[in-house]
Design a protein around this ligand. Structure first.
Ligand code: FAD
Length: 396
């Protein structure tokens, strides 16, 4: 009987893992992919939807290819809990699914409780995150489009590590690009809990000064502690309160809720520790965790590109193990993150991460990777090429 592999979450990590488990096993492994959403909506490129230069349909792809082209069994449901002893997962619908190997790629969890009043402000429709692409992405654009000219959009950024280091800085470019054209008296306030811009700092700051002078204002070391929904006010550790018309508040992040609930996160309840050779959890045998949920090696970003790479290393290791083939993996992972500074011009950061057996971790390869020198439209073309390729790699 062939092995049953259950993959949870059909995002950047999970969809890629499911496809490559089928490909690398010559379609012999039975792969079930559990995902509540009907379609794949990409976080990469979603800041363009927030800024209004693209539509959500342009970043949405069907899941049909995984079933039709690769024989992955898709189950539209979500996993409520895991029994790692019985090797079963319980679905929200009440069904139980057995596994020989489990791959978890549920993305991030938002620590709403880390900011007083945030949950209530979200429920009242006053704050939102749009840090998981979908209806909130569209809702955030609408709030910005409905804002009066002369209004303030505030984005608060939590302490790193969080999903997509350059993502918040790209987002403020997109919002400023929209406001510059449509509501030029408005302001973008960037309230960053970190000491400085955590990714492509020089490039973003140059773009803000050159393209959005008087619109974007960057304030480091601003750690939001509370939100007052009634008065649309943010409160901080140290600084004075700030009022804004659109409140895009990002709390601290951790592994996807399922991972935390299953007791697979570290002692702080944040990220999961895995063996980087096969991404097996250090806490549960035959449970592999990939993507944003894991404790990444130093200088590894939480990105879709990385999740795609984790998925391939994991699929190869699982297929080899199930087939009883001894392999000596020496994984080398690459990453490129493109950021749009307006609707067409882009900067990138790239890196190469090599597994170092003696230290059981990944280290960046000396002299690899790098940064753009300035935004260009040519890199905008590359960015769309990257997106279309990685969507196709995961889903078609
Ligand atoms: P996801 O892709 O989020 O997938 C998780 C999936 O699991 C979801 O489909 C979810 O519905 C499902 N799920 C969750 N819980 C359950 C459950 N209990 N049962 C079943 N299913 C479940 N990365 C880049 O490489 N390049 C970029 O340019 C880039 N830009 C970004 C811009 C923004 C604004 C943001 C927010 C992120 C960006 N990222 C980018 C980061 C990238 O989106 C993430 O790193 C990537 O999505 C991580 O993949 P993942 O598989 O861990 O999670």
């Amino acid at each position: 009987k062939s092995a049953q592999i259950v993959v949870v979450g059909a995002g950047y990590g999970g969809a890629t893992a499911a496809k490559y488990l089928r490909l690398l096993s010559n379609n012999t492994a039975q792969v079930t992919l559990i995902e509540p959403n009907a379609q794949f909506i990409s976080c990469p490129m979603s800041n363009l939807v927030v800024g209004g230069s693209r539509q959500i349909a342009e970043i949405t792809s069907p899941y049909a290819g995984l079933e039709k082209n690769h024989g992955v069994k898709m189950v539209k449901d979500s996993v409520a809990s895991i029994d790692a002893t019985k090797k079963t997962v319980l679905l929200a619908s009440g069904k139980t699914v057995k596994y020989d190997k489990l791959v978890l790629s549920p993305g991030i969890g938002l620590m709403m409780e880390s900011i007083e009043g945030l949950d209530a402000a979200n429920k009242a429709g006053v704050t939102l995150q749009a840090w998981k692409a979908g209806p909130e992405t569209v809702a955030l654009h609408k709030q910005i489009a409905d804002m009066k000219d002369g209004g303030v959009y505030a984005l608060s950024i939590p302490m790193a590590p969080y999903r997509c280091p350059p993502g918040p800085y790209e987002r403020v470019c997109q919002v400023a690009n929209y406001l510059k054209k449509h509501k030029p008296k408005s302001k973008v306030l960037v309230l960053d809990a970190n000491q400085d811009v955590t990714s492509k700092g020089k490039l973003f700051k140059e773009a803000w000064a050159k393209m959005y002078p008087g619109i974007i204002e960057y304030r480091p070391e601003h750690n939001v502690t509370a939100v007052d929904a009634k008065t649309r006010t943010l409160k901080f550790d140290v600084q004075d309160d700030i009022k804004a018309d659109v409140l895009n508040v990002l709390p601290l992040m951790r592994a996807g809720d399922l991972v935390v609930k299953a007791g697979l996160a570290d002692a702080n309840g944040r990220w999961s520790t895995v063996n980087y050779l096969n991404f097996e959890s250090t806490k549960a045998k035959d449970v592999h965790i990939i993507g944003d949920s894991i404790q990444v090696a130093p200088l590894m970003p939480k990105s879709g590109h990385m999740a795609n790479q984790h998925a391939k290393v994991t699929a190869a290791a699982i297929v080899a193990e199930l087939a009883g083939i001894a392999i000596n993996p020496q994984p080398v992972l690459t990453n490129t993150c493109y950021s749009f500074v307006n609707e067409s011009e882009v900067v990138h950061v790239a890196s190469v991460h090599q597994y170092v057996a003696a230290e059981k971790t990944f280290k960046t390869v000396a002299g690899s990777g790098g940064l753009s020198t300035a935004p260009t439209a040519l890199e905008g073309t590359y960015a769309w090429g990257w997106a279309k390729n990685i969507w196709s790699d995961a889903l078609v």
